[in-house]
Design a binder for this molecule. Structure first.
Ligand SMILES: NC(=O)c1ccc[n+]([C@@H]2O[C@H](COP(=O)([O-])OP(=O)(O)OC[C@H]3O[C@@H](n4cnc5c(N)ncnc54)[C@H](O)[C@@H]3O)[C@@H](O)[C@H]2O)c1
Ligand SMILES: [Zn+2]
Length: 351
């Protein structure tokens, strides 16, 4: 078991290990207290782990209620968000009661935004059950829902009070969902840690707990430096400019991690053509993406991608910030005038 402490606007522990779910009630009671706990989870995860968490909370004197929604990105919307807020009100939640997100990034983003806004903020615990949520979305305090115009367009920075990552829950993931998380792990290697990147050449399964812990360290150290994404935190968006556009254009049939994988390959190909990194860096990235059966390209047309990228919230006036690798383990931020985006995508996309 490993504990990593995050010192942001809230100080909280991320506890990573196996069998944690059975003791979740005890740890949550000690850390956040409160009388009532809401388990927020999707229908898949409810069936797999809902009862286990429920029992552990009841055993530790919580009154427990469950909010279960249909799985998938389409549920990260305003309608379900408001029904969750109304559910908390009907269940008479007070500020010291606790919202627990049990699930992947969709659950964490949705439940976190509800916890941030209900009564201007109530206690919030993340229990990630996908690799992506374990290594990325459960830590750092970004919460959001999607709007028709784009992903994550309404949200808040709201740090959890505790993150409990039970690695044994990852064993039931479908392989393609597991690979979504691998894309974010590869991203962390690309932006911050060549040794992590190198270790991925050996199978991730045999070193899962260590790799999750390393990723949480990387993400939390960036968040501690720049919680509100003024500067350094933008590095975590490597691959996400094109990635978000691909996700949206596919009607979310291409999942987040797969879209980000294609986005990283596109940005790196453009970086080679712009002389920012060497060809070998691109080859290394492409090889690791292939090894984890992730995409290296997109078939969407450049004009379609551009129109979505320009409505993305990361645009700042007439420029947008893109992230390019210099070498494995080191990326830079670059301000791009929006009229150069077409040229960059042309350099990055294999036709
Ligand atoms: N807040 C952040 O910092 C941040 C960072 C990265 C991604 N995200 C967001 O995360 C979302 C993607 O997250 P995701 O990939 O975890 O998707 P997800 O939450 O939709 O989970 C993927 C699928 O796996 C199922 N599932 C979850 N845990 C399971 C388990 N243990 N066993 C079997 N099935 C399980 C779910 O029911 C779902 O069908 C996107 O909306 C993305 O924007 C947020
Ligand atoms: Zn991401």
């Amino acid at each position: 078991m490993k504990t990593i402490t995050v010192n942001a606007s809230k100080t909280y522990d991320v506890i990573i290990g196996t069998g944690i779910l059975d003791n979740a009630g005890e740890v949550i009671q000690k850390t956040v207290g409160g009388q009532t706990a809401a388990i927020v989870t999707d229908d898949n995860v409810a069936k797999l782990y809902g009862k286990q968490l429920f029992n552990s909370l009841v055993k530790n004197n919580y009154r427990v209620c469950q909010f279960v929604f249909p799985h998938g990105e389409f549920s990260k919307n305003a309608e379900i968000f408001f029904s969750l807020l109304n559910f908390l009100a009907e269940e008479k939640f007070g500020r010291s009661d606790v919202v627990i997100a049990l699930g992947g990034g969709v659950t964490g983003d949705l439940a976190g935004f509800a916890a941030a806004t209900y009564m201007r903020g109530i206690s919030f615990v993340q229990i990630p059950t996908t690799l992506l949520a374990a290594v990325d979305s459960s830590v750092g305090g970004k919460t959001a829902i999607d709007l028709a115009a784009g992903k994550n367009l309404a949200g808040a920075f709201y740090q959890p009070d505790l993150v409990l990552c039970d690695v044994s829950t990852l064993s039931t993931l479908r392989p393609e969902v597991f690979r979504d998380g691998c894309a974010e792990v590869i991203k962390h290697g690309m932006i911050a840690d060549a040794a992590l990147f190198e270790s991925l050449k050996i199978s991730i399964d045999t070193q899962l707990e260590e790799i999750i812990a390393r990723n949480v360290e990387i993400k939390s150290s960036i968040v501690m430096e720049d919680e509100f994404e003024k500067d350094k935190r933008k590095l975590l968006n490597f691959g996400h400019t094109a990635g978000h556009a691909i996700e949206l254009l596919s009607g979310y049939s291409i999942s987040h991690g797969h879209a980000v994988a294609a986005g990283m390959a596109i940005a790196t190909r453009a970086a080679v053509r712009m002389g920012i990194c060497k060809e070998q860096c691109l080859r290394d990235l492409e090889n690791i993406l292939k090894q984890y059966e992730l995409p290296l390209n997109t078939s969407f047309k450049i004009d379609k991608l551009i129109s979505v990228c320009l409505s993305d919230k990361k645009r700042e006036g007439e420029t947008l910030t893109m992230i390019f690798p210099v070498e494995i383990g080191n990326c830079i931020l670059k301000e791009i005038p929006i009229n150069e985006l077409e040229k960059i995508l042309q350099m990055g996309i294999l036709l």
